[in-house]
Ligand binder design. Structure first.
Ligand code: ADP
Ligand code: ASP
Ligand code: MG
Length: 439
């Protein structure tokens, strides 16, 4: 069975929902379909939560009413029959009354997660009803019964594997199984989520858990481009990526994929295909276990990094120095991304600033500490095996006019990372594209 995930734009209007239904039923084969919320809905739910945090129920109610009107209109356009219009209208009105009930309670992050979950709950109900109206044997599965995270907020893969296989076995014989992306329960049984963009992660977790034939991520662009098309001109689709390359690109900012969604597919060996709902015939990108030797594939960038440098003359020949430094980051559950060392110091980057002050206080015991904020990691990905001489020279040459704060090369065979000021991001990405792909 294939697992197909459709993102926010792909289900962003009644017409798009109809198109998705057509796509998933075209070949008559059974499929598991993971849906995001309609585009814009999760952002609105975040805004509603912000109003409620700020104790502004009127602001929240205005947004809730406006969003409800939009959905009521969608229902009129989506369904042909009065039966399905009415049935779905009752569901939508209940949903929005439920949202209104939060304007009266003490608001915490617990309630926020419940509110954020409603976008996917609504979209999956709408599409399931539409498929049923079209006579398709469709079954809505509740992702809250399948996807769970553990005490470290990581997916509990054994639980997911057991639940997803069991639910399919118990409900054999349907053509389309639909479930919500993004939402889950946490280790305490509370409603939670896999962070923004998390529907990709749901699809890859389920695809790996059921050992799917293929995981397809359907979005609004023809596959992974060789640079960020929102920032750089003349980007082009990359037709094939190794799991490692795709994982690096996702982790380092290629928004088309959730940062960690490739891991479960890689471990299970299930290929991932990126496809375009707006142009279903376009080839997209296949992500699998094959390496194209000696090829630089793509560039991605991730903002909001903080660079911390610790210098100490005592580091000279001192064993145990790095361990002490990293223990401080570990104690504050802060992961380190880039690392560069010299005889007298070490620079690292982090993207989680929640414990920055404490981390800096502790680091000061070991040397002089300096901090640069608003930094961007730019990552060049491809087959960068050191036997293929010269790629790092070409990448560095492309950046000859840009101040680079750190360079990381050799940690894997797939990645060179540069740390630059965020204000220099655009010209860094453009310079790399011009040199690596357009020349
Ligand atoms: P969805 O809602 O379907 O999950 P996203 O907005 O999360 O879609 O991801 C698709 C978007 O990712 C594209 O429209 C594009 O603007 C952006 N994007 C950023 N980097 C890349 C890249 N390297 N290749 C393709 N798309 C990218
Ligand atoms: N709806 C969620 C979001 O907007 C999850 C997703 O679309 O992947 O982040
Ligand atoms: Mg996305």
């Amino acid at each position: 069975m294939k697992v197909l995930k459709f993102g926010g734009t792909s289900v962003g209007s009644p017409q798009r929902m109809q198109e998705v239904s057509r796509l998933v039923t075209a070949d008559g084969k059974a499929k598991l379909v993971v849906l995001s919320a309609m585009s814009g809905t999760t952002n609105t739910l975040v805004e509603i939560s912000d109003y409620l945090y700020k104790k502004n129920p009127e602001g929240a109610n205005t947004l809730i009413n406006r969003l409800e009107q939009k959905y009521l209109q969608h229902i009129q356009e989506l369904y042909k029959t009065e039966e399905y219009k009415q049935q779905t209208e009752i569901f939508i009105r209940d949903e929005f009354n439920y949202l209104r009930s939060f304007t009266k309670v003490h608001f915490t992050s617990f309630e926020e997660k419940v509110i954020l979950a409603q976008g996917e709950i609504i979209s999956t109900n709408m599409v399931t009803n539409y498929l049923k109206e079209c006579g398709v044997k469709a079954l809505l599965l509740n992702a809250l019964d399948i996807i769970r995270t553990d005490k470290n907020a990581e997916p509990d893969f054994l639980y997911i594997k057991e639940k997803s296989n069991a639910v399919l076995k118990e409900n054999d014989g349907y053509e389309i199984y639909i479930t919500q992306g993004f939402i889950c329960r946490n280790a305490y049984g509370e409603i939670d989520n896999l962070l923004r963009g998390g529907s990709d992660y749901t699809a890859c977790l389920i695809g790996a858990a059921i050992q799917a034939e293929e995981i397809q991520i359907w979005t609004d662009i023809d596959g992974m481009h060789n640079n960020d098309p929102r920032i750089v001109e003349n980007t082009e689709p990359v037709r094939q990526l190794h799991f490692e390359e795709a994982a690096e690109l996702a982790y380092f900012g290629a928004k088309i994929l959730h940062p960690t969604c490739i891991q479960p597919a890689k471990f299970a060996g299930v290929p991932v295909r990126l496809l375009n709902t707006m142009a279903p015939e376009a080839p997209g990108t296949i992500i699998n276990n094959e390496f194209q030797k000696g090829k630089i594939k793509a560039v991605a960038a991730r903002d909001n990094n903080i660079c911390i440098q610790i210098t100490s003359s005592r580091m000279l020949l001192a064993y145990g120095f790095l361990r002490k430094v990293f223990e401080i980051f570990e104690a504050y559950k802060t992961s380190v991304d880039m690392i560069c060392t010299s005889e007298v110091g070490v620079s690292v980057t982090i993207d989680n600033s929640s414990h920055l002050a404490d981390i800096l206080d502790n680091l000061k015991k070991y040397g002089t500490v300096s901090v640069d904020e608003n930094m961007t990691i730019v990552c060049v990905v491809g087959d960068l095996d050191s036997n293929n001489v010269g790629f790092e020279t070409i990448a560095c040459e492309a950046l000859k006019d840009i101040p680079v704060r750190m360079i990381s090369y050799g940690g894997s065979n797939h990645n060179i990372s540069f740390l630059v000021k965020t204000e220099d991001k655009k010209r860094t990405l453009q310079a790399l594209s011009n040199t690596l792909f357009n020349s």
